[in-house]
Design a binder for this molecule. Structure first.
Ligand SMILES: *Cc1c(COP(=O)(O)O)cnc(C)c1O
Length: 379
C-alpha cells in the first residue's frame, strides 16, 4: 500500500540501502578542531572551545548567556533545579515527549503533572494549561499550589516537538499570570523560531541537546540558555562541581554536578554550529519535497504554521488511524526505510502512571497516528 512512499524516500536519498531516521553530517572544521584539542592536550574540562561554543549558541539563539553541559538531560535537570524544583514540587509538562523531560523532573525528586497538547503543534496546549491552572491550583504568597496535593508547582516545561514550536508566547503569558517559571525543553528545536524569536528564549531558562540524533551534534552534549545573569552563573557553578574559584584550593560550597561538556565535544560543537545554516537549508529542501509528495497522497505531512519557522529536525506524518499507522510502519521498515511511531505517552509508563493528568484527548489522538520518517541530510 505504501510502495510509492518507500520508492519516493529511496529516490530522495538516492539509495536502496538501509535508511536511518537521522544521522549526523560532518563537512566543516570538525577534524581540524578535534586535532587542535588533541595537539594541545586540552581534551577535557579545560579549553577554549567550551567558551566559544557557548558564545556561538548564545549569539545564534539571541540569548544573553549559554552554559554547556554534558547532555540535554543534565541541562534540563539544572534548569529545573535553578527555578527551585525540589522534592516538594510538581512540574507541569506534556505527556507527548521524550523520556528525558520527565527524567529531569524526577532527578529533582519532583513529580510531573501532564497537560494535553495541541494537535497542530504537537506541543503543550495553552488552553489546556490555563484550564488546569484555573481549576486545580491556588495562589499562596506569590506562588502556585496544587489544590489536591498541596504541592508547589515550580515550573511549566513545554517541549517543541520534532522542532515545531508550541504556542510559546501564550504559554509564557499564562506562566506569568500564575507565578510559575517557564522552562522550555528546546532539545529538538535549535534553528526553530516562533514569531521571529528563537525557541528557548521565551522561558526563564531553557535546554538544548546535541545528542547524535539531533540537528547538530557534539557526540553527546547540551546547553542551558537564559537572559538572567545570576541564573547563568549559578548554572555554570552547579554544572562544574560547585567549586569556589581559587588557583589551587579545592572548596565546594554546595552539592554540585560533574555536568560540564568536555572541550573535545565542544570543539565538535563549534564546527557543527558553523555548518548549521547549511544543514537547516538542506532540511527545508527535503521537507519541501515531502510536502509536494504527500500533498496528493492524502497523508498529512506536518508543516510549519504561519507563526513558526521550523528546523524540520524530524519530519512527521499523521496517518488516518492506528491500523494504517501500523501498516505504514511495517511496510517501510521491512523495506529498509526506517520509520518510527511517536513515543508512548509518559503517563503510560510505570514510573508516572499515577501522575495527575488533564483530559489528554489530543495526545492520545496523536499517539495513535504520528510517525517519523527519514529526516537526515546527506551532502
Ligand atoms: C534529546 C532530548 C532531550 C535531551 O536528551 P540528551 O540525550 O540527554 O541530550 C531532552 N528532551 C527531549 C524532548 C529530547 O528530544
Amino acid at each position: 500500500m505504501f510502495e510509492k512512499t518507500v520508492q519516493f524516500i529511496q529516490e530522495a536519498y538516492d539509495t536502496k540501502e538501509f535508511l536511518p531516521l537521522h544521522e549526523p553530517v560532518f563537512f566543516g572544521n570538525e577534524k581540524k578542531y578535534l586535532n587542535e584539542c588533541i595537539d594541545s592536550t586540552f581534551v577535557s574540562s579545560v579549553g577554549k572551545f567550551v567558551d566559544q561554543f557557548e558564545q556561538m549558541v548564545a549569539e545564534y539563539t539571541g540569548a544573553k548567556y549559554a552554559v554547556a553541559t554534558v547532555n540535554g538531560t543534565a541541562a534540563l535537570h539544572i534548569a529545573l533545579k535553578l527555578v527551585g524544583t525540589d522534592e516538594n514540587s510538581e512540574v507541569i509538562t506534556q505527556p507527548l515527549t521524550f523520556i528525558a523531560t520527565c527524567n529531569a523532573i524526577s532527578y529533582c525528586n519532583a513529580i510531573p503533572v501532564f497537560v494535553d497538547v495541541d494537535r497542530d503543534t504537537m506541543g503543550l496546549s495553552p488552553k489546556s494549561l490555563k484550564t488546569f491552572l484555573a481549576q486545580e491550583t491556588t495562589q499562596k504568597a506569590g506562588a502556585c499550589y496544587n489544590k489536591i496535593t498541596g504541592r508547589k508547582i515550580t515550573a511549566v516545561v513545554p517541549m517543541h516537538t520534532f522542532g515545531h514550536p508550541c504556542k510559546i508566547d501564550e504559554i509564557a503569558t499564562i506562566c506569568d499570570e500564575y507565578n510559575i517559571a517557564l522552562v522550555e525543553d528546546a532539545a529538538e528545536s535549535l534553528g526553530s523560531y516562533y514569531k521571529g524569536k528563537h525557541t528557548g528564549t521565551f522561558g526563564k531558562i531553557s535546554a538544548f541537546s546535541f545528542n547524535g540524533n539531533k540537528t547538530i551534534t557534539t557526540g553527546g552534549g547540551g546547553m542551558i540558555i537564559t537572559d538572567d545573569e545570576a541564573l547563568a552563573k549559578h548554572a555554570k557553578h552547579l554544572t562544574t562541581t560547585a567549586k569556589v574559584p581559587h588557583p589551587y584550593e579545592y572548596i565546594h560550597d554546595e552539592i554540585g554536578y560533574n555536568y560540564r561538556l568536555p572541550n573535545l565535544n565542544a570543539a565538535l560543537g563549534c564546527a557543527q554550529m558553523e555548518t548549521l545554516d547549511v544543514i537547516l537549508k538542506k532540511k527545508r529542501e527535503l521537507a519541501s519535497r515531502y510536502i509536494d509528495f504527500f500533498a496528493d497522497k492524502n497523508i498529512d505531512f506536518v508543516t510549519e504554521s504561519q507563526d513558526a519557522k521550523v528546523n524540520y529536525w524530524l519530519n512527521a506524518i499523521i496517518l488516518k488511524d492506528n491500523a494504517e499507522r501500523d501498516l505504514f510502519l511495517k511496510e517501510t521498515n521491512d523495506s529498509g526505510v526506517m520509520t518510527r511511531p511517536v513515543w508512548a505517552l509518559m503517563n503510560r509508563l510505570e514510573m508516572f502512571k499515577n501522575s495527575q493528568c488533564t483530559d489528554l484527548s489530543n495526545a492520545l489522538w496523536l499517539e495513535e497516528r504520528v510517525v517519523n520518517i527519514p529526516s537526515g541530510v546527506r551532502l
